[in-house]
Write a protein that binds this ligand. Structure first.
Ligand code: 13P
Length: 270
């Protein structure tokens, strides 16, 4: 056996042991995509699929399809949530969705403060923090999205921006409540652009965020809060990104729309 073959074998073994030792969260954000027919076809492919018992699969479809998820995923390993919530119980809030409505259909997660909502609907940290609060109080796990734009990345102020988004987004929860929070780091310049952050960039940013969480909320909680990466994640790059330190999983847009691609991503991380 030559040196190259030995190096390949050692590399494969190391990758296997890293992947084996970690439970990943694989969350899909469908955004405003799919017809009813397409949703049914997707659910028929994943409902009885054996995803193994290591990783957690979560999908956030558009709200009108939640009833299909409730119906078809009753005995499935696939969990689901919503892409947004309004931070009130009920009332005169035209076009909005309450936590109770989401829970009525079995949603267990809510994506909050996604950059598209921050940019298109002017959502600020203050508003997002109210959503985080109402979720944590009512048994819905928030997936708090944070991320910098290209100017902030190039200008070097992205770390300050990210830690600020966390600090202000979580300002209304404290102590033990923090254990229910999931954070998703999604650099805006890598969303839907095909431009993925490199594994080195992801590792550097996630290590910074992990340290920030530990400094801010203490070692025990700070080490446990899952840190997802999102931005052009797909079957071809997910393994390299998963090997970056402090990556607990992924928030995936485009590549989560196809059942076979989601299954393949889980296979790679299994
Ligand atoms: P893409 O995976 O399509 O880049 O989207 C990422 C995202 O915004 C998930 O919330």
């Amino acid at each position: 056996m030559n040196k190259k073959n030995i190096e390949d074998i050692v590399r494969k073994e190391i990758i296997k042991s890293v992947i084996d030792s970690q439970e990943f969260i694989i969350a899909g954000n469908w955004k405003m995509n799919k017809t009813k027919h397409e949703v049914i076809s997707f659910l028929d492919q994943v409902a009885n699929h054996n995803f193994g018992n290591k990783n957690k699969i979560i999908i956030a479809p558009p709200n009108p399809y939640l009833y299909l998820f409730e119906d078809k995923l009753r005995y499935s390993q696939v969990l689901y949530g919503v892409q947004n919530l309004f931070p009130k119980e009920s009332g005169a809030f035209t076009g909005e969705l309450s936590y109770e409505m989401a829970r009525d259909f079995g949603a267990k997660y809510a994506i909050l403060g996604h950059s598209e909502r921050r940019m298109l609907f002017n959502e600020c940290n203050e508003f997002v923090s109210k959503k985080v609060r109402i979720c944590v109080q009512n048994n819905i796990q928030p997936i708090l999205c944070i991320g910098e734009n290209l100017d902030q990345r190039i200008g070097g102020e992205y770390k300050q921006h990210l830690s600020n988004q966390i600090k202000e987004g979580l300002v209304r929860i404290s102590g033990d409540e923090l254990k229910d929070v999931i954070i998703a780091y999604e650099p805006i310049w890598a969303i839907g652009t095909g431009e993925t952050a490199t594994p080195d960039q992801v590792e550097e940013t996630h290590m910074f965020l992990r340290k920030y969480l530990i400094d801010e909320y203490g070692k025990e909680l700070g080490e446990k809060i899952p840190l997802l990466y999102g931005g052009s994640v797909k079957t071809s790059n997910v393994l390299d990104l998963a090997l970056a330190q402090s990556v607990s999983g992924f928030l995936i847009g485009g590549a989560s729309l196809d059942a076979q691609s989601l299954i393949e991503i889980n296979n790679i991380l299994n």
